[in-house]
Design a protein around this ligand. Structure first.
Ligand SMILES: [Zn+2]
Ligand SMILES: [Zn+2]
Length: 217
């Protein structure tokens, strides 16, 4: 039935409760990809939701080498700062099609979350964007390496912040309950993260949950 939540809404505790689980995947630092500093100081928040995006840019997908992917992350940052007028790149992490994870708007302190600019609300959410254009007319398909990296990254964030990847809870800045791992289109009038990624999200959530329950990594 459209409009009804697919999951029970469970009130969140007032504090983040880390649970044992997934380890941090390899993440390329801002220094490694050559980030500019933010224009001003960051605002901090506590991530209780994780929003997924695609970059919707064919040039990102065309990048072949790591250096080319790093250059695309710099291009996204330049666009967000110089064209959008934002403080820094909007996302917290970017994942290229080779499965490399780039630290985006972050402060090298995993105990805090830097508030990003990724879904129009931002407070209480962290944004991850995948290189690709996952809907018509381009219709890229996320790669297995990319999906795997998204699972590893998101499972680590979920473990660290005590977020249930299969849960649904109030996204206060948005004003309604949202899946704890949601797609941008769940909160905004946008096609993001594209049909070909959005359609994989139920399987992604299950894989993320599975990884947070294992301690083998
Ligand atoms: Zn988006
Ligand atoms: Zn790459």
């Amino acid at each position: 039935m459209p409009g009804l939540p697919r999951r029970a809404v469970v009130p969140l505790p007032d504090v983040s409760i880390p649970v044992p689980g997934a380890a941090k995947p390899p993440v390329f630092s801002r220094a490694e990809w050559g980030a500019r500093p933010p224009r001003t100081g960051y605002t901090f928040t506590l991530a209780r939701h994780i929003g997924l995006h695609h970059t919707a840019t064919v040039e990102d997908w065309a990048a072949i080498t790591w250096e080319e992917c790093a250059a695309r992350v710099r291009a996204i940052q330049t666009y967000h700062i110089d064209t959008q007028g934002w403080n820094d790149i909007g996302y917290a992490y970017v994942v290229c099609k080779h499965g490399h994870v780039f630290q985006a708007r972050e402060d090298d302190d995993d105990s805090t979350d830097v508030q990003g600019a990724h879904d129009g609300f931002n407070r209480g959410s962290t944004g991850i964007s995948a290189f690709g254009y996952f809907h018509p007319p381009v219709n890229h398909q996320p790669t297995e390496a990319q999906l795997s990296a998204l699972v590893h990254l998101t499972a680590w964030i979920a473990s660290r912040r005590g977020i249930d990847p299969l849960g649904r809870s109030l996204y206060a800045a948005y004003g309604s309950p949202v899946d704890n791992v949601y797609g941008h289109r769940d909160v905004s009038a946008t096609a993001c993260p594209g049909d070909n990624l959005y359609g994989r999200m139920e399987a992604l959530r299950a894989a993320i949950k599975d990884r947070t329950l294992r301690r083998l990594y």
